[in-house]
Design a protein around this ligand. Structure first.
Ligand code: SF4
Length: 362
């Protein structure tokens, strides 16, 4: 299987050399220079001399050990509807390069791609949290600070995560990606407890603003393979880009999804309009001067992020919801990072009273 991502340099934190994941990665990349990492600072200073720190940092892979709690509740935002999501950060940084990626402004002191090789600690932490809270349902994602599958050809993390979640009835994993790297998943025992998710956009947005990602057709083909292997799948229209002709382009994506996978295999679909923090705007402008996303009319919202005007977002969500409902009336559809009043304007009732979301948000 292709490893997908091939770094130019590997830095191994002192103490992580003997971990099975480290050995696996080194065996797969025998020609990549390897050095021991004692402190990140000097390496970052060296990188900062290059023109585009984010671009350079995406080519360096750090293998280290995470010493904190791997599992965290997605913090949510005051006044926004919480979708009851938990995140496991087993890696940070991403080899793909989307113009709107929040990580560009996020990982300032640690911009390289990092994988945490101490998976024994990860799994023992998860097992004890799930066992101590048997009445709670944990919906867990690994894609907060990375793409869930972009590094999987190197780390094989999915080969441990999926069978682990198969054995925990009060937890469900979502692996969210913009790749088509699902080869590792095909022969795993999953018992339906792992959902494989794709962020989707029309081909024009993928081509202009999602560098290094798989084309839409390849993502949908991968989704079909996962359905054939019995996995539930999910789709995230995120970020939705409202530009001339968006209706036709997004309706086409909705149609293609339902032509490719059966509606009953879709665990959920989310909708999230383009948004980013004001601090990200100059970074986007500098790194991607051609991108039209920074030219859209976005306004500051109560959480500090820039979004399209509510008067544009609400009708856009309603239209998307209508197209999805025509083809998959039972599919759970939720809004990502939206305020209560936007939810009510779209669904004509509060999120807590949307029947098909009860299992997700409860
Ligand atoms: S796939 Fe996700 S994490 Fe990776 S660059 Fe794009 S937005 Fe960022």
């Amino acid at each position: 299987m292709s490893t997908g991502f091939s770094p130019e340099r590997i830095l191994i934190e002192a103490g992580a050399e003997g971990l099975p994941m480290t050995q696996r990665i080194l065996a797969r990349l025998p020609d990549v220079p390897v050095e021991t990492l004692h402190a990140v600072g000097p390496w970052v200073r060296r990188m900062r001399r290059k023109a585009d720190l984010a671009q350079v940092a995406k080519k360096w892979l750090v293998i280290s050990q995470y010493r904190g709690a791997f599992l965290k509740k997605c913090p949510g935002t005051q006044g926004f509807v919480c979708c009851n999501y938990w995140v496991v950060n087993a890696a940070t940084g991403c080899p793909l390069d989307c113009t709107y990626c929040i990580l560009q402004g996020y990982l300032g002191n640690n911009p390289m791609i990092r994988v945490f090789g101490n998976t024994d600690a990860l799994f023992s932490q998860l097992a004890s949290v799930f066992a101590a809270n048997r009445r709670r349902n944990f919906r867990v994602g690994t894609g907060e600070l990375t793409d869930s599958l972009a590094l999987d050809g190197l780390t094989d993390l999915s080969r441990e995560l999926v069978p682990f979640f198969a054995g925990h009835p009060n937890a469900q994993l979502e692996l969210k990606t913009k790749t088509d790297q699902v080869g590792n998943l095909m022969d795993l025992t999953h018992r339906g407890r792992t959902v494989i998710g794709w962020s989707v956009n029309p081909p024009s947005v993928i081509a202009s603003d999602e560098q290094g990602t798989a084309p839409l057709a390849a993502r949908l083909c991968a989704a079909q393979r996962c359905c054939s292997a019995g996995y539930p799948v999910s789709f995230h229209f995120d970020p939705i880009v409202l530009e001339p002709g968006w209706e036709e382009a997004y309706r086409e994506v909705v149609q293609q999804i339902f032509e490719t996978v059966p509606a009953r295999a879709i665990a959920w679909i989310s909708l999230g309009g383009l948004r980013f923090s004001p601090e990200l705007k100059p970074i986007m402008r500098r790194r991607f001067p051609e991108s039209r996303l920074v030219c859209g009319e976005l306004v500051p919202c109560p959480d500090g992020k820039l979004r399209y005007l509510r008067t544009l977002r609400v009708p856009a969500y309603r239209q998307m919801l209508g197209w999805i409902r025509e083809l998959g009336p039972q599919v759970a559809v939720y809004l990502c990072m939206e305020s209560r009043d936007v939810w009510e304007a779209v669904y004509h009732r509060p999120a807590s009273r949307i029947r098909e979301l009860a299992g997700l948000f409860g």
